[in-house]
Design a protein around this ligand. Sequence first.
Ligand SMILES: [Zn+2]
Length: 479
Amino acid sequence: MPRRTAIHAGHVIAFDGRGHRLLRDGIVIVDGDRIVSVGPRSAAPVGADLETIDARDSILTPGLISTHAHIGGSPLDRSFLEDRGNPQFFYSGLFELLPVRGAAQDEEATRACVDFSMAELLRGGVTTVMEIGGASEYVVARAADFGLRVYVGLAFRSGRWLTRDGRRVEWEWDEEQGRQGLARAIELHKRHDGAHGDLVRCFFSPAQVDTCTPDLLQASKRAADERQRPWQLHTSQSVVEFNEMLGRHGKTPVAWLRDLGVLGPSAILGHAIVIGGSSWTNYPAGDVAVMADAGCSVAHAVWVFARRGVVMESFAGYRRAGVNMSLGTDTNPQSVIEAMRWAAVVSKIVERNTEATTAAHVFDAATLGGARALGRDDLGRIAPGAKADLVLWKGASWGMTPLRDPVKNIVYNATAEDVDRVWVNGRLVVDGGRVRAADERAIFAALQAGGERMWPRMGPFDWAGRDADALSPQTYPSW
Ligand SMILES: [Zn+2]
């Protein structure tokens, strides 16, 4: 963008200090990387230095925020992880399919995934993503090329789970590895936090509640707090984990974290779905109140569970209790549009009430809720002083016509095809639906090649030596 630009949009989802409001025929003025003014056209200042983008037929919203993603691997979940799950592990994919898939993936494939993911996220209107993984240096570098705002979390842990027989899960511990992992995350923060004009920030992501020692959790939380950065932990993501933590500590994972003193406004619990009060645990309720009292956030990645038949009970209930809800994509597809739709619809089903969760509730989670989880009052909103992270949606398109209530259209009808332009930090990164930095053919070819190398390698990593076709058979048998 030139230094000062006025975007004149037919509909603007603008923030008035209390919440999102529908502003018709609005003008948003961007100066460099920030929004400097928002209001009706009639009240807009006129300046000779102001270039105007005429988007009267379009809808301008804040960019979407995904608070939980694994961009270095998730694209390769596709066409393998779906439709398969072992009842022995309550259908979780964490103990058989994911470790095999991850182990068989090579570094070149990881880079292909990062490139694919950044383009996939941007074209779906995501302007900020919290990435949890290991390819941090590459992610930091590519964020600048694609122009995606990234919170980079280098995952670390004191142990790992495994199954040797497909029946039981065991944990192997290496506490020194956990300490070294935290040291690397601190180093990463030192080198890259604030990189590329503050497009990149780092956060602290001990991997999972059941694979980290209390010391590692507390030390990483202190490291995050000292640097005023978020802290995120996979928690209550499987029945196996929940029961293991009950066995170890006599309390739920969430209650254990509270007692360790690591919950609080800068803490984000990845998933927190298999909790006390859920029918999946049959354990007394209480965890939702613990999270609400602590003021922590939940990164709700609805699709990765819903496709396994596991649902949060319920998004509406957590929200009612006062838990700050944000949305994550976690697996593939990495679409916050779909995350909003699934979160709303699944919550309606669980509540048996269509009004229990509305488009506003999930759009708030994808914008203001994500920003609050990050501790940012300059993201997830169109307001003076906020970062110019903006999405311009088509007003006349397959997903957006007829246009009466733009947020209902976005949540219940839109796809990435309905996104026209995206700006991050004031920079135009998607134009006419195309991610400017993405060479699509090269991205598809690299990801396909990564898959072709990965699928034949899987057998040795499975406890039973099953190959990809045994682990995840083709949907239809061969002709
Ligand atoms: Zn995850």
